[in-house]
Design a protein around this ligand. Structure first.
Ligand code: HEM
Length: 536
């Protein structure tokens, strides 16, 4: 059934006229229901193929024939009886079958032609021996019964009559495929190779049937032959519902015995006996040979399918890899965009820095060297290089003194150089909440060349200028006031002594402690603060 072609499928279903039935890919329709022009012949071997536009139309044959004689119901009854032959009532049907048909009692006389037909069918992938009109008729009539279950006639019209007509009107003649099975039903969609390979299976279908035939129960030769003829046609049903099988091997299912098959029919017949009966004809090619060759062909065809599979797998792997490459390319593109954005940010920051420099030195900026490289540090101040940078109190500084309430403050420290043998510094404190500027001082730190002696010169906004001196040892600087001067109106109490200690701790933070002595208090710690470096 053309399951993939909904329009055509509807036409098929309309023609079939089955109630409450849905076709599956294992549902087959006998080729007898198609007109002759529904088939085309394959160029290579003239094998008959169903055209992709074909729609079954031959369902009225028995009715057509019975109408003039008013035998409509009778014919169905007859057909039932015909199938009854298969069910195990040969005596009823035998008398109704047309003379010369394979179902006649002269089994021996017909054995040879029948056997040849069987072989031909096996080799040509035919499900039905073409030349046996009796078979055609039974399949056709049974198909009509399937469409109208329960419609039992009374008259005793010969089944052979109906097969005569159906054969004349629809049988494509010897050599044509009556299976009605489309290769599409066995092959996955969209696989031209698989379709082709699947079509090769048709050569071995009938042989596979033949291979299974030894299991057919022992019975009189003429009866067995009759069944053999009927079975491959439509399994006694025009609409044969086969159980699922691999869609790739397209192995035809053993035809159903149908509801009419007697229980005794399921008893397997020993293979040897079956083969012996096959040997009873004088055919030049034994059935075993046919079976073997068909079996080998099937294996070969199946192995061809494996090429289709691996090709498809490779194709899907290539698709998968292609997707991964595309994904990686996307990621690379995104990274490049980010780098490009970063570059432009750096450019903008440099421009901003230039602007700030010009703002700081509006008149002398032009005198600064064009190079953006920082000035080379004078080796004299190298022992103090650990102090260089911009530092920010972290946590806030802590202020204490015996005359004061403890307090906190924020402070930003800049310690830099311009290539000279000294460091420039500025300490700027702020209120931690209001950010109001508080204590500020700036100055220079000098080192006596080739010594660790340090001079600290500071001017404070409180009106004090002071000089502290001391030593640098490693990453620690300890200094004490050498001289302190103040403005005449400096606030009291006046500071009389100051000591400081700077240290770079193990965490890379800069620490400072300030102690002082005033006119009223002895040397006591006034400040303790830790800074984190915020710029190089
Ligand atoms: C080496 C630097 C500093 C010196 C020599 C110094 C000296 C002094 C002196 C002599 C006093 C008066 C103490 C008293 O009344 O008994 C004072 C008070 C004070 N200092 Fe400092 N100080 C220094 C740095 C700072 C810093 C960095 C801050 C941070 C904000 C600060 C905050 C204060 C405050 C809040 C007071 C109390 C209120 C005031 O008198 O203004 N001082 N300082």
């Amino acid at each position: 059934f053309p399951l993939k072609d909904s329009k055509r499928l509807i036409q098929w279903l309309k023609a079939v006229q089955r109630d409450n039935w849905t076709p599956t890919k294992y549902s087959f329709l006998c080729s007898e229901h198609f007109t002759k022009d529904s088939f085309s012949k394959r160029l290579e071997d003239q094998h008959r193929l169903l055209k992709p536009t074909a729609v079954p139309s031959i369902f009225h044959l028995t009715e057509k024939k019975r109408e003039p004689g008013g035998h409509g119901r009778a014919r169905r009854k007859d057909a039932s009886k015909a199938s009854g032959i298969v069910k195990g009532h040969p005596s009823t049907a035998a008398g109704k079958v047309a003379p010369g048909s394979s179902s006649s009692s002269s089994g021996n006389s017909m054995a040879k032609p029948e056997s040849r037909m069987l072989k031909r069918a096996a080799l040509q992938g035919e499900a039905v021996p073409q030349a046996d009109p009796d078979t055609v008729g039974r399949g056709q009539v049974q198909g009509s019964l399937e469409r109208t279950p329960g419609n039992q006639g009374e008259a005793e019209t010969s089944a052979a009559d109906s097969h005569d007509q159906s054969a004349a009107s629809s049988s494509p003649g010897p050599g044509a495929d009556k299976s009605g099975i489309s290769v599409d039903d066995f092959t996955p969609p969209g696989s031209g190779a698989c379709k082709f390979i699947g079509s090769l299976h048709s050569y071995s279908f009938s042989s596979k049937h033949s291979r299974e035939r030894p299991s057919v129960p022992r019975e009189p030769i003429d009866r067995k032959r009759l069944k053999r003829d009927v079975e491959p046609s439509c399994s006694g049903n025009s609409l044969a519902q086969s159980p699922p099988s691999s869609s790739l091997t397209a192995t035809p299912q053993k035809p159903s015995q149908g509801p009419s098959a007697p229980p005794t029919d399921v008893t397997p017949k020993p293979a040897a006996e079956a083969v012996q009966s096959e040997h009873s004809d004088a055919s030049p090619m034994s059935i075993n040979e046919v079976i073997l060759s068909a079996s080998g062909a099937c294996k070969l065809i199946d192995s061809l399918h494996s090429y289709c599979f691996s090709a498809r797998q490779n194709k899907s792997q290539v698709c998968c890899l292609r997707e991964q490459v595309e994904k990686k390319n996307g990621e690379l593109k995104s990274l490049r965009q980010r780098v490009s954005r970063s570059d432009s940010q750096v450019r903008k920051l440099r421009e901003k820095l230039d602007q700030l420099r010009r703002a700081s030195f509006p008149y002398l900026s032009g005198l600064l060297p064009p190079s953006r490289e920082p000035p080379k540090m004078n080796p004299v101040v190298e022992p103090l290089s650990w102090m260089l940078g911009t530092w920010l109190s972290d946590p806030p500084g802590a202020g204490t003194f015996p005359t004061l309430q403890p307090f906190q403050y924020l402070e930003e420290v800049h310690i830099s150089h311009v290539g000279q043998p000294m460091l420039n510094f500025s300490f700027n404190s702020f209120h931690p909440d209001t950010r109001k500027p508080l204590h500020r001082e700036c100055g220079f730190i000098r080192l006596k060349p080739d010594t660790n002696k340090v001079a600290f010169v500071s001017a404070q906004n409180t009106g004090i200028v002071e000089v502290e001196e001391g030593e640098v040892n490693g990453q620690e600087l300890c200094i004490a006031s050498h001289s302190i001067a103040r403005i005449s109106f400096a606030k009291e109490p006046h500071v009389e002594q100051i000591t400081r200690k700077f240290r770079l701790n193990s965490e890379g933070k800069l620490e400072q402690t300030v102690s002082m002595a005033t006119t009223t208090q002895p040397m006591t710690q006034h400040l303790r603060v830790t800074y984190k470096k915020v710029t190089p």
